[in-house]
Every structure is written in structure tokens, then in C-alpha cells.
Write a protein that binds this ligand. Structure first.
Ligand SMILES: C[S@@+](CC[C@H](N)C(=O)[O-])C[C@H]1O[C@@H](n2cnc3c(N)ncnc32)[C@H](O)[C@@H]1O
Length: 336
């Protein structure tokens, strides 16, 4: 099954994701490409472990989903997300038996080293989500990245580096075949978690599925503003809308950009498109501004697009509220 970010729980539970096979080990594959690895690797177990695959490419996601279906692997889920927020927010502490990384993007230029996945902080996060004794399995053709990853794993202080033979299935991925065609050979390491460091989840919630329209709901970031000054009509507000940017610090620095405003077909509402970036996680969310009976104005995160409620999404509602206040509205209640 393909999961969208908003369909997960934060953190999720193995019994919810794999209700029929919850007792089996759980493996995460990062950057599964066109999905050739898991159907073959899963056969090396008596019963296929539960599987979660994460990938940035939407085309790859669909190809991999077809392969899982053809292989009859029903306890396998895929999602299109950056790996780190998925691992940090969705996977509970100590839940995984393996994290598989085959032929990660090597980012060979020195100035791009920050883009590499397998850095010390990733290994600390990985160790926190693995059972003690569980492992990150790396196969790569890129010798320099291999040495870099081994060094970073040691630096993390929570991983033991073991060099080993790659699983046979790792020799048959799309990139394995590509590099073999060029005469390159792969190296393999198991980074075994030696302890389980604390690596907290962020304050994230899914958008509640049961909210009533146009009522303030404490679970959804919102603000209620008193009536606008007599000199400013609701229509004026829409016409005056200007792009706003806000940056925030905290556990995860964020950027909110209010990109654009759209008039609703309903005369009493307009909607603002916000671009929200927190580390590797980017969301485009809608914030609705609704004129209510009695003259108050409700500013509320919209449900459209399945947003998840993060500190930066709350800040998007706050940024729009601040702008409305700058236009003369007065705050009655802040709920974010
Ligand atoms: C070189 S390809 C290898 C694909 C596949 N593992 C194989 O061996 O054929 C690297 C893959 O990792 C994915 N990727 C890169 N960074 C990622 C991230 N942060 N989270 C999830 N996937 C990522 C890319 O989209 C790409 O498909």
C-alpha cells in the first residue's frame, strides 16, 4: 500500500501498519529506486519481514508498487518522502531490525557533502529507531562514500562497523547492474546498533479527520479575529494580500512563505497557499480565511492535500494571522 505522510501516525505502531504480521521483524529500505531489491531479498527469510520503503521519486514509487503486488507481498508499504523525517517522526524507538541503503546518491563534490544521507547524526537517529543489534546495511559502488559512511558511523559512537558480503539481491538492483556494466564493483558494510540513544520525535499530528466545517477546533491551528476596521472590507483584504516570509528557530529551523491567495467561489472565504520547509520536509498547505456571521474572521489550516500539523505549519497560520493584524484586524483568540 502507498502511504501519504498525512496517513501515518506520529509515531506509528507496527500493529497498526501490519495488523496481520505484527510479530515479524520490520525493515526499512531508503531510496528503493524501481523496487527490485525487496521482492528478491524477502525470499531469503522464512516469512517475509514487514517492509517500509521510502523514496523521493514518484515514478520509482509506482514501479516499485507494481513489483510488490506481483510478488504478493501484502505486508509491504511504500511512501514518497525524504527518509530522515519519516524515520524520525513515523518509526517508533527500537522498532526496526534493518535499515537498507543500496547505492545511495554519492554527492561526490566536497561542497555537496552535507547532502549525504549517511552522516553521524543519521546513524544516531538510525540507532534510536533500530533494536539494539539491528543494523544499517549499506551497499555502494562509491569507494569514497563507503569510507565516509564507515567513518561517520564510528564517529556516531552508537554503531559497530562490520564489513561483510552484500546480500545477493543487492547485486540485482537497477544501479547495481548499471555499475557492473561499467566494470565497477560494490562494497558492503553492516552498521550494527550497539546502543539505543534517545532521539525525540517532533511535535507532529495528523490533520483530524472528524472536524466540523467552520468551527474552531483546538486540534487544528487557527485564530479568531475580531471584526475588521470599518475602513477595510473583506474584499479589500484579498486585494491587498502580499507575499510574506517568516523564518523560525527551534528544534528544527523552518521557513514559511505565504505564496499566493485565491478567492473562493464562496463570497465569504479566501485561501492562502503557504510553502513550509522544516529541514528535509516540505509541505504546501492551504490556510483558509473565512468571514463569519457576526463579523469575526476565522483563520484556519485547510484539510486539502492531507497536511500534517507541525511547528512550521502552525507558524504558517501565525504568519497569516500577523499579516491580517497588520491590516487592522484585532485578535480574539489564538489557537496555534
Ligand atoms: C542511486 S539511486 C539507487 C536506487 C536503488 N536503491 C538501486 O540500487 O537501484 C538512489 C535513490 O535514492 C533516492 N533518494 C535519495 N535521497 C533520498 C532520501 N533522502 N530519501 C529517500 N530516497 C532518497 C533517489 O530518489 C534515488 O532513487
Amino acid at each position: 500500500m502507498i502511504y501519504r505522510l498525512g496517513e501515518f501516525h506520529f509515531p506509528d505502531a507496527v500493529a497498526r501498519l501490519y495488523p496481520d504480521t505484527a510479530e515479524r521483524p520490520w525493515a526499512l529500505e531508503i531510496g528503493f529506486g524501481d523496487g527490485r531489491f525487496w521482492p528478491q531479498y524477502a525470499q531469503t527469510f522464512g516469512a517475509a519481514p514487514n517492509y517500509l520503503g521510502v523514496e523521493l521519486s514518484g515514478v520509482s514509487l509506482l514501479k516499485a508498487a507494481r513489483r510488490l503486488t506481483q510478488a504478493g507481498l501484502s505486508n509491504a508499504h511504500l511512501t514518497k518522502l525524504p527518509a530522515t523525517p519519516l524515520l524520525r517522526e513515523v518509526v517508533p524507538a527500537g522498532a526496526l531490525s534493518q535499515i537498507i541503503v543500496n547505492f545511495p546518491d554519492p554527492w561526490p563534490k566536497a561542497e555537496h557533502e552535507d547532502h549525504r544521507l549517511l552522516r553521524a547524526d543519521f546513524f544516531r537517529l538510525a540507532a534510536s529507531r533500530l533494536q539494539v543489534g539491528g543494523a544499517v546495511l549499506l551497499t555502494t559502488d562509491h569507494d569514497e562514500y563507503f569510507d565516509f559512511a564507515c567513518h561517520e558511523a564510528e564517529k556516531s559512537g552508537v554503531m559497530r562497523v562490520e564489513r561483510a558480503e552484500a546480500p545477493a539481491a543487492a547485486a540485482h538492483t537497477k544501479y547495481a547492474l548499471k555499475w557492473q556494466g561499467l566494470g565497477l564493483s560494490a562494497q558492503h558494510a553492516r552498521f550494527v546498533a550497539t546502543s539505543q540513544p534517545d532521539y525525540p520525535h517532533t511535535d507532529i499530528q495528523p490533520f483530524p479527520q472528524d472536524i466540523a466545517d467552520h468551527l474552531e477546533d483546538t486540534r487544528v491551528p487557527h485564530a479568531i479575529l475580531e471584526r475588521l476596521p470599518a475602513t477595510l472590507t473583506f474584499d479589500d483584504l484579498f486585494a491587498h494580500f502580499q507575499r510574506q516570509t517568516q523564518r523560525g528557530t527551534g528544534t528544527e529551523p523552518y521557513t514559511v512563505v505565504l505564496l499566493d491567495a485565491y478567492r473562493s467561489l464562496r463570497r465569504d472565504e479566501f485561501t492562502v497557499l503557504a510553502h513550509v520547509v522544516e529541514g528535509e520536509l516540505t509541505q504546501e498547505v492551504l490556510v483558509n480565511v473565512t468571514q463569519r456571521e457576526g463579523g469575526t474572521v476565522l483563520v484556519r489550516l485547510g484539510k486539502f492535500g492531507g497536511p500534517i500539523i507541525t511547528p512550521a505549519v502552525k507558524a504558517a497560520v501565525g504568519t497569516l494571522t500577523d499579516w491580517l493584524v497588520s491590516q487592522g484586524a484585532k485578535v480574539q483568540h489564538l489557537g496555534y
